[in-house]
Ligand binder design. Structure first.
Ligand code: GLU
Length: 429
């Protein structure tokens, strides 16, 4: 099997890391962060690349390529998702791991940043094969993960079933009497396996809290506000459903199979049912099928990119006709795209804030596992709401005070927290 990436693929993904680095540099210019700390934070601590064989159900053995990048653990164990996607690359994981560091520091949860994945398309493999790939990957990671060291979670192409297999495999690699203490080695598990109420919807719900805060600040009533969502996976669909219950209208959506528009508003529950039956939106019978450009040009109040990184460049930003962009995906807007949005007076609620609800509830799951507790859904939801709204408020005040955008304000809050710890602890020896 071909496991090396092509030149072309490498350069696109390096661009993702260049985006993360460019955002960081902008924040550095606005703060007095120590030079040695800048040097440390610009690169991850560890970059792990694994090749592991899996015997598939057709009897053939295939070699898979997996990654885990551990960016920083100064605030707590490395934390972040695992992607199953054919386009997972090292430089992408490096960017995503750094974004996790800023996300956790911004939300003041005691975690650092990490990210990883396996380079394959799960849609091309049976459930049995996906289980074998997951278990062999977890085995190959070995002691590179653990509840006090590095804690994976769901991301693109993974879900609670994958996390249950990861947790089960990891706990089978430790002595029997330690198994129970290892549940928190992975978050985003199913409830029956030690997951938390409210984890699955948490990223979508967190986006809605940010949008609500932004709407209050800008005196925009959410009832009848119009929404466009790119990507209809866990994040996009949960945000769509919660926003629908608040009276908004989903006027455009789409996934990798195409884009649809419906001025009267889609029923987000029907879209989810369709995906449940068909795997994606291809052939969706409602609304009108439109081009990608028409999708981006849709007039709406709230635009939520909840698909892949680097979706809003110069071209898309010029087309866009919305009031706010709430980044559900990590890194969906490039630097040029962001400048054009700013020139058009479109606010961007950045990924490290907008989509941080997932890792916040992962923290609650990890705490419940540590304490052998089971919190109710209402408890999780109200804690998440308080934390999201508080952090949004802090970022918004910082942005106003310093006359900067929300992204740089979020970076500065995160960097100042990291700096405070480095100042006290110093660099050993
Ligand atoms: N994959 C999610 C993110 O990127 C969740 C991470 C986590 O819960 O650790 O924010």
């Amino acid at each position: 099997m071909q496991v090396m990436e092509s030149e072309e693929e490498i350069s696109t993904k390096e661009f993702v890391f260049a985006l993360a680095d460019g955002q960081l540099e902008k924040a550095f210019q606005m703060t007095s962060i120590d030079d040695s700390l800048k040097t440390i934070l610009k690169q991850p601590k560890n970059e792990i690349i694994l090749h592991f064989p899996v015997k598939l159900s057709d009897g053939k053995t295939k070699l898979f390529k997996g990654y885990r990048v551990q960016h920083s653990n100064i605030l707590g164990p490395f934390k972040g998702g695992i992607r199953f996607h054919e386009n997972v690359y090292l430089n992408e994981c490096k960017a995503l791991a750094a974004w996790m560091t800023w996300k956790c520091a911004l939300q003041n949860v005691p975690f650092g940043g990490g990210k990883g994945g396996v380079k394959f398309n799960p849609a091309n493999y049976s459930i049995e094969d996906q289980e074998h790939i997951t278990r062999r990957f977890t085995h190959a990671l070995g002691n590179n993960i653990g509840p006090e060291w590095d804690i994976p979670a769901p991301d693109l192409g993974t879900n609670s079933q994958i996390m249950d297999w990861m947790m089960d495999t990891y706990s089978n690699m430790v002595p029997a009497h330690e198994k129970q203490a290892k549940k928190g080695a992975v978050t985003g598990k199913s409830i029956v396996c030690g997951g938390s109420q409210g984890r699955e919807e948490a990223t979508g719900r967190g986006i809605v809290h940010c949008v609500t805060q932004w709407a209050n600040e800008n005196h925009l009533p959410l009832a009848n506000a119009t929404v466009a969502i790119q990507g209809y996976g866990n994040v996009g669909s949960n945000a769509a459903q919660i926003l629908h219950r608040m009276g908004t209208k989903l006027v455009a959506t789409g996934d990798h199979t195409g884009y649809w528009r419906c001025p009267e508003g889609f029923n987000p529950f029907k879209l989810s049912e369709y995906i449940e039956d068909n795997g994606n939106l291809e052939g969706y019978p409602g609304g009108e099928k439109v081009s990608r450009d028409d999708f981006f040009a849709t007039e709406c109040d709230i635009f939520i990119p909840a698909a892949l990184e680097l979706q809003i460049g110069e071209h898309e930003a010029k087309l866009m006709n919305c009031k706010v962009v709430a980044e559900g995906a990590d890194g969906p807007t490039n630097l040029e795209g962001e400048q054009i949005l700013a020139d058009k007076d479109i606010t961007v609620i950045p990924d490290i804030l907008a989509n941080s609800g997932g890792v916040v509830v992962s923290y609650y799951e990890w705490l419940q596992n540590k304490r052998s507790e089971m919190w109710d859904l209402e408890d999780v939801r109200s804690r998440l709401e308080l934390r999201m709204k508080y952090t949004y408020q802090q970022a918004s005040e910082k942005a106003r005070e310093m006359r900067i955008n929300l992204r740089t304000a979020c970076y500065i809050i995160a960097l100042e927290r990291l700096q405070a710890v480095y100042e006290r602890r110093g660099i050993w020896p």
